[in-house]
Design a protein around this ligand. Structure first.
Ligand SMILES: Nc1nc2c(ncn2[C@@H]2O[C@H](COP(=O)(O)OP(=O)(O)O)[C@@H](O)[C@H]2O)c(=O)[nH]1
Ligand SMILES: [Mg+2]
Length: 354
């Protein structure tokens, strides 16, 4: 379940694919970037403010004193190379930084002006290398967990037995991710009750691809057609880094930060909702789609949940059609809902509580 003010993503790619450049672009910090592999030995950790094309218009109607945005926390780690699972490059231990995160962003490259560690650019091959190395790491983790469960399973521990069955299913799903880029796990109702926290792996996470390139825009669609993945964003991170977002927009270029926000919401199945009263702070939140207003209340404050009476809810798209908060109210944009109401993307929520 994803709730609240931040969602966490990790950048995974081969060395010199532009991970740190993308990290810098998104966080506008200045981690070390260099034209040779393995500059990022440990990890960079930063925050990207999620883009929202509507929140400022809400704030205007609400006369908000300030706006709070959700953040995408980004972790940039060292590059993965072929054979990393056997200790090549920096090995793959640094993948442990990625494992606790919510989303994986695979960074692929097609860079004419930057040497490739394997000699030449090949997007499809690189993506296979990444999937393979990640899959090997995941299998290693699953096998280790399986090993530990064998003894209790033999001596009759029911949960250990069920968990071993799950692990075997997961291994199959990891293999499918490597082969076909698709992870799907079908658990029985008994299996889905088991706590799988210690079986956290990378292949099972929501993911998308950024293809980073320095070739002209009119060749981008041709580049993308080389790989078949559900979601891929193309960018020239180095170029974008040299401009402000407003400059890019003026040139008709949608900044990577905007695309990433959309991609994150869609692959992680996350919605945005707002809380705030006239003249006060307007706050925007993220939550797993399907969340009830009562669950959301608990996240905002446990007292708000405990004393929950009802909530006034309005779609932000309707709300911004009015010149003021009171006009919106007068025109019936807000309606009162009970605790089971499921929040929609871009709902404005005002909870009444005792
Ligand atoms: N022209 C161009 N160069 C890039 C781009 N992205 C990265 N680079 C260059 O490629 C080199 C490696 O980038 P870096 O971000 O350190 O890659 P990392 O190893 O994946 O973190 C640096 O010299 C960057 O300036 C890009 O989109 N266009
Ligand atoms: Mg780097």
């Amino acid at each position: 379940m994803i709730f609240g003010e931040r969602i966490r993503a990790g950048l995974v790619g081969i060395p010199s694919s532009g991970k740190t450049t993308i990290f810098n672009l998104l966080t506008k910090s200045s981690a070390e970037v260099a034209p040779y592999p393995f500059t990022t030995k440990d990890k960079n950790h930063g925050v990207m403010i999620m883009f929202d094309d509507i929140v400022e218009r809400i704030a205007k109607v609400m006369k908000s004193s300030e706006i709070k945005y959700p953040a995408l926390e980004i972790v940039d780690v060292a590059g993965l190379v072929r054979g990393a699972h056997k200790g090549e490059g920096l090995g793959n231990e640094f993948l442990s930084y990625i494992r606790p995160l919510d989303i994986v962003i695979y960074v692929l490259r097609y860079l004419k002006s930057v040497p490739h560690i394997e000699g030449a650019d090949d997007i499809k091959r690189d993506f296979e290398t990444l999937r393979y190395e990640i899959a090997m790491k995941d299998i290693e983790i699953l096998s280790r967990a399986e090993e530990k469960l064998k003894k209790p399973a033999i001596t009759g521990n029911k949960e250990a037995k069920v968990k071993i069955e799950i692990i075997q299913k997961m291994k199959k799903a990891v293999d499918d991710f490597f082969k076909y880029g698709k992870f799907s796990l079908d658990l029985t109702s008994e299996e889905s009750k088991v706590d799988l926290k210690d079986l956290e792996i990378i292949c099972s996470k929501p993911w998308f691809v950024i293809l980073n390139t320095d070739v002209a825009r009119d060749r981008w669609s041709e580049l993308v057609s080389g790989i078949s993945v559900p979601k891929v964003l193309v960018c020239d991170a180095q170029m974008e880094l040299e401009f402000e977002e407003s400059d890019l927009l003026q040139e008709g270029i949608v900044p990577l930060r905007h695309h990433i926000t959309d991609a994150v919401l869609s692959v992680a199945n996350v919605i945005v909702y707002y809380t705030g009263f006239e003249g006060k702070e307007l706050r925007s939140w993220i939550a797993q789609s399907g969340i009830s207003v009562y669950e959301a209340a608990g996240f905002i404050h446990s007292d708000i949940q405990k004393g929950f009476i009802s909530a006034d809810v309005a779609s932000a798209y309707e709300y911004i059609k009015y010149p003021s908060d009171s006009e919106a109210y007068k025109n019936g944009v807000f309606r009162t809902v009970g605790r089971d109401y499921k929040l929609n993307h871009r709902d404005i929520v005002r909870i009444k509580f005792k």
